[in-house]
Write a protein that binds this ligand. Sequence first.
Ligand SMILES: *[C@@H]1O[C@H](CO)[C@@H](O)[C@H](O)[C@H]1NC(C)=O
Ligand SMILES: *[C@@H]1O[C@H](CO)[C@@H](O)[C@H](O)[C@H]1NC(C)=O
Ligand SMILES: *[C@@H]1O[C@H](CO)[C@@H](O)[C@H](O)[C@H]1NC(C)=O
Ligand SMILES: *[C@@H]1O[C@H](CO)[C@@H](O)[C@H](O)[C@H]1NC(C)=O
Length: 650
Amino acid sequence: MLLAAASVAAAYLATSLYFGIFNTFLVSLTLLLLYGIVFHPRWVYVAAKTAPRDIRAVGCYIKILWLTRQLTKKNWTMPDIFHDTVKRHPDKPCFLFHDEVWTFKQVEDFSLRVTAVLKAQGYKNGSVVGLLVNNSPQLPALWLGNARLGHVTPLINTNQRGSALIHSINVAKCDVVIYSDEFQSAIQDIAKDLSPSVKLFKFSHRPLNPGSKAGGGVGDQVEDFTSLLEKTAPAPWTLADGEGFHGKLMYIYTSGTTGLPKAAVISSSRMVFMASGIHYLGGLNSSDIVYCPLPLYHTAGGIISVGQAFIFGCTVALKPKFSASQYFPDCIKYKATVAHYIGEMCRYVLATPPSPADTQHSVRVVYGNGMRPQIWNEFVKRFNIQHVAEFYGATEGNANIVNIDGKPGAIGFVSRIIPQVYPIAIIKVDQQGEPVRDSQGLCQLAEAEEPGVFIGKISPNNPARAFLGYVDKAASEKKLVRDVFKHGDSAFISGDIIVSDEFGYLYFKDRTGDTFRWRGENVSTTEVEAAVSRQAAHRDAAVYGVLVPNTEGRAGMCGIVDEDNSLDLDKLASDLAKDLPAYARPIFLRVMPKLDMTGTFKMKKTDLQKEGFDPNIVKDKLYYLDAKLNRYLPLGPQEYEKINNGQIRL
Ligand SMILES: *[C@@H]1O[C@H](CO)[C@@H](O)[C@H](O)[C@H]1NC(C)=O
Ligand SMILES: *[C@@H]1O[C@H](CO)[C@@H](O)[C@H](O)[C@H]1NC(C)=O
Ligand SMILES: *[C@@H]1O[C@H](CO)[C@@H](O)[C@H](O)[C@H]1NC(C)=O
Ligand SMILES: *[C@@H]1O[C@H](CO)[C@@H](O)[C@H](O)[C@H]1NC(C)=O
């Protein structure tokens, strides 16, 4: 028997050597196909249907890997990669902003001045220079100049105030913070609570007037960075110092799943990986003009869109603040061919009255994240968009996915034919979001149509699979799951519930963990609970997100205990405004006379969440936040009605 098997194998081997590997491959394929058609006809149907998609994706993936391989060999960091782009077309516009045009050369020159100033200030290799700066061409040029010295740049969320801002500066261990003048008072409020070793510079958005002697005069506690730039000649160009392609480049803050913002580590390789994913899978090319109204302190705007310029030489039009009515008119103004969105924006843009601008623009592709299936088709039709490249991927994660073929509502796909090619998976989880293990202690793949949690398999040397985590190592550990498909392996666990259909298209369902999404930001419930408790004399608070008709994400709601009727809501509203960014402030309050002590308050969140803000169900006093007055107003059946039909806007 053994002998027979051995001789068959030997014959097979001889034949394959004789006919060549290719023929063997074809024969095996045919046999496999026949077997498939007979025994698994449905599988063959799915495979045939999805093969073109998969083949295109594999093509893009090879391009991405090729690019990252080349750059790994050169061991370049972002300033070096950018320099290569500058050499190709120094005079091409890199950034458009209001009516300013910044060529590639100008951006690099600005960054070389930044390098010279920071060097002259004596900051050494490995310093951490935080930026609290509004959207502008100077923001990426600042970090570029900083990166040339081998420094790391935390990009601080410009909504942060008070304790959250202090936390952001401390958790990244900033040696320097450069803030733009809009944030003067935010910095003033916290300056006394910062370590004296943190050096502050103020940056003013104004055209440089080299050689100027003005500004930064004696007596100023904080030096004016812009006048230093004016006084200092640009550094001569050199290859960047630092840790190379895979080394730390930036920190970007996320509200992972619990607690205060965490600083996620972004390397040049991760930037290349994320930006090239959109570039190739979205079908962009270097002649594209990209419109980006997103904040540049998040990965979407600051890494993916800026990357289109820095790595691929596209022109990127920046906007200080998103405006729904200006979205397509801006695209016309800047002749944009590609536009960046987040889901909320699409809904707001759709809510604007029809206008000729709807179709007069030349936007071919929109990319972004969170476009809901309900509005997808309407958006594409009304604005005449050829391709929606919806993507998904956590800042701190290690894998991203992109909708390559415009399947409405899908955030990407896994191949049904060769799922192993790309290191992601959907695994089964229990109610708490913990992986379900089989008898061997390993995780299990979720079936089609079965919701599960998205994971990215980790392999440290492949930028598509490396996990850089957070500055805080303990926090990083919480995002890992071990012994996934074999003992000893590991994966990044996103905490997002995703469901795949029969063809492998993936759809976002919900999130696990203690966060919800509001106004395009991740809000951590524990962070808000801590702030409410701090501002309300340590009362117990439970924060959760509730669904509001016709809005994206979930609005924050806070259950708070007030036994003796002494809670001052006006004071609470104004104190919270100093402690929390606008998007994180609770929109609804539920004030409870006492706490039913069965189980802990926090454990009751699911019940509270189910009851929502409906005064017909909830017997406790309800309030909603009037954004203009910044006051909590009583919420009765009439207000409830108006919130639901959009007459009261939150
Ligand atoms: C900067 O630090 C990196 C890593 O710590 C090191 O490889 C590099 O040589 C240093 N460069 C200088 C100029 O000190
Ligand atoms: C890239 O350069 C850095 C710093 O010089 C070095 O530490 C690292 O090992 C290099 N990486 C490769 C792949 O050569
Ligand atoms: C590159 O982008 C431009 C601008 O959107 C577009 O007109 C052109 O067709 C694209 N070229 C290719 C080869 O896709
Ligand atoms: C919010 O979290 C989700 C899931 O972890 C991630 O995909 C998204 O990029 C995050 N958004 C921001 C703005 O941090």
